[in-house]
Design a protein around this ligand. Structure first.
Ligand SMILES: Nc1ncnc2c1ncn2[C@@H]1O[C@H](COP(=O)(O)OP(=O)(O)OP(=O)(O)O)[C@@H](O)[C@H]1O
Length: 285
């Protein structure tokens, strides 16, 4: 499974997604009628207020929502179709899903706080490789892990540390390195720069930009940080309450906003109120 030679790595057609009812909570439609294509080599930014469906979209596109896992309520595709690297997401066999997870890196919004506490940074970052191949050459693995740790601008001294010994921004970068260790052809990153200070944030944005330029690599980056999106994204998609309300380059989207939410968002960003969806006035809800 790899990106079809001239095809789009991700094709989303009329996608609707719902969280089924559970306990006293009724079913909730999180995405409705979403349609877009991710072009080969493209980075698409996803913007939207809290609860607009950004993380749900990331979970569905990464195949994360299809992983068998007990406990939490999973988003269910109730309409439309998603193709990732040429394969329909549903129905999908376990084998295909494992293959998909190999080619599609996923950085969850809570990745930094859910890093397994009992593993060192070097074990954490190398784990996805060893899970697939126990006999992987340890020296090659150590070198790959060190290269990634350096790429996310962490000192190599963190390799022997445990997550609880790191700052939240450092943990976020470890999680990013882990999501990249298999050399994915598509990365789906949910707030990759959350909790990271400005100087390092630029480095992380730069890393995603470099990957885009270096080889066949596409990404979907959920972020409320327009400075980061300006740096890495070719286009942005704006979600509002589960619907796609704008899609285009940042300038196209904000120069002549047709949708009231996009207009409010543009005004908020211009005034420097970067925290979209923080419950404040303007674009926040
Ligand atoms: N497990 C769940 N069960 C029921 N509803 C859910 C569940 N997870 C999310 N939702 C609902 O689905 C909608 C979309 O949530 P989602 O987390 O995708 O939004 P988001 O845009 O990523 O928000 P944020 O910016 O706060 O991360 C919200 O209304 C949310 O309340």
């Amino acid at each position: 499974m790899s990106a079809p030679a001239h095809g789009h790595p991700i094709v989303v057609s009329d996608l609707s997604v719902e969280y089924p009812s559970h306990g006293a909570s009724p079913a909730h439609v999180a995405l409705r009628g979403i349609q877009f294509r991710l072009a080969p080599g493209e980075v698409l930014g996803v913007l939207g207020s809290a609860g607009s469906g950004k993380s749900t979209l990331a979970q569905v596109l990464s195949g994360q929502a299809l992983e068998p896992r007990s406990g939490d309520v999973r988003p269910v595709v109730t309409g439309g179709e998603v193709r990732v690297l040429g394969t329909k997401l549903q129905p999908m066999s376990r084998r295909r899903l494992a293959e998909l997870r190999f080619h599609v890196g996923y950085l969850a919004q809570d990745a930094a706080i859910t890093l397994p506490a009992e593993l060192t940074v070097s074990e954490l970052v190398g784990a996805p490789i060893l899970e697939r191949d126990r006999r992987y050459d340890r020296r090659a693995l150590a070198s790959r892990v060190a290269t990634l740790i350096d790429a996310v601008r962490l000192p190599l001294t963190v390799l022997d540390r445990y997550p609880y010994e790191l700052s939240s921004g450092q943990r976020q970068r470890v999680a990013l390195a882990r999501s990249l260790v298999l050399g994915p052809s598509v990365l789906i990153a949910d707030e990759p720069t959350a909790g990271i200070d400005v100087t390092v944030r630029d480095a992380v944005a730069g890393l995603i930009g470099d990957m885009r330029e270096a080889h066949a690599f596409s990404a979907i980056v959920v972020s409320h940080d327009l400075a980061v999106l300006r740096r890495v994204a070719n286009r942005v998609a704006v979600l509002d309450r589960g619907s796609l309300v704008a899609l285009g380059t940042i300038d196209e989207v904000f120069a002549d906003p047709l949708h009231p939410y996009v207009r409010a968002l543009g005004a908020a960003l211009e005034e420097g109120r970067a925290a979209i969806g923080d419950g404040g006035s303007g674009a926040g809800r």
